[in-house]
Write a protein of this length. Structure first.
Length: 314
């Protein structure tokens, strides 16, 4: 349903390169029972957006082919309207949220987004919307992957891609749990990941990752959170009967040496997101761009070398 009012949104018309992204005018969506409508102040550009736009998720059978596909998962903004049965959020409240449905016609790249109330949390206090929008997808991914590892205080964990958006949160959250972190990162990022709490840093260019990790932690780490999709290279750094989790689709290695192997798939979780928002984690915005510059943002993210996230502002 809609009221006849209109809004701007960026969608993918078909699949392919950034050129398939188009700014359109569409009816303003209405929240249903258990949903809220958020006036979007910022929407983060994530790697999954590029994969969705390309059509790779259709080819993988993770979503159906459609003429118009919504793009964008992360939202920061203000509740505009609450659907029937929603009591936890009221109009005017600043929130962050996550859209975890792939197969939709409208995503977070829009002036307004309708989300399940269960996927929404109060925004971090005194944090600009552009920074707050970088937390939901990447923060929850790191949190849920760490949960899968089942490690306890005093254990050691390897975090690959530790300077990335998910990796950075993973290092901070692991340290808060009392874990000792081996961070894999480029030499230019060593100071940054040590500042997040990493005890050891292994260079990204190291030829034999496992040997270097085992030199630092004899016998191997108790677990590995593989945000870089290194697969067997990261698994080899884990001790026998340890645990391994990857957040990169299709990169989970075989469970050699009795290692518990997990593929982490993100799911929206408002209460967990609220806890993350209260922790004061390091939020990194590479740059903000206008909503209609989404194609440029996709090109820049694909080119690599960005630290933090590009954020679209409607």
């Amino acid at each position: 349903m809609s009221t006849g009012e209109k809004m701007r949104a960026v969608v993918a018309r078909g699949y392919g390169g950034p050129g398939v992204l188009e700014t359109v005018t569409v009816p303003l969506p209405e929240p249903g029972p258990g949903q809220v409508r958020v006036h979007v102040e910022a929407a983060t550009v994530n790697p999954v957006d590029l994969v969705t736009r390309s059509g790779a998720l259709v080819e993988a059978g993770l979503m159906a082919e459609r003429e118009q596909t919504g793009i964008g998962w992360d939202v920061a903004g203000v509740v505009d309207r609450a659907g029937a049965g929603v009591t936890a959020f009221v109009p005017g409240q600043r929130v962050i949220g996550l859209r975890d449905l792939l197969d939709v016609s409208l995503g977070a790249y829009a002036e307004y987004a309708v989300l399940d109330a269960a996927a929404v949390a109060p925004a971090p206090p005194d944090v600009p919307a552009e920074a707050a929008a970088t937390l939901p997808l990447n923060g929850l991914t790191a949190l849920q992957a760490l949960d899968l590892l089942g490690l306890v205080a005093g254990d050691t964990v390897l975090v690959t891609g530790a300077a990335g958006a998910v990796g950075g949160f993973a290092v901070e959250l692991a340290v808060r749990r009392g874990l000792r972190v081996v961070a894999q990162a480029g030499s230019a990022d060593e100071e940054f990941v040590r500042g997040l709490g990493a005890e050891w840093v292994v260079g990204r260019a190291v030829a034999d990752l496992a040997s270097e990790v085992r030199r630092l932690v004899p016998g191997g780490t108790d677990g590995a959170l593989d945000t870089a999709g290194l697969g067997i290279r990261a698994l080899a750094a884990v001790r026998t009967r340890g645990s391994y989790a990857t957040v990169a689709g299709g990169t989970a290695p075989l469970p050699l040496r009795g290692i518990r192997v997990h593929q982490q798939w993100i799911s929206a979780d408002g209460p967990a997101l609220a806890e993350l928002a209260a922790l004061g984690l390091t939020l990194r915005v590479a740059e903000t761009l206008p909503l209609e510059h989404a194609a440029e943002a996709h090109k820049r993210l694909a080119a690599g070398g960005i630290r933090g996230r590009l954020v679209l502002v409607p």
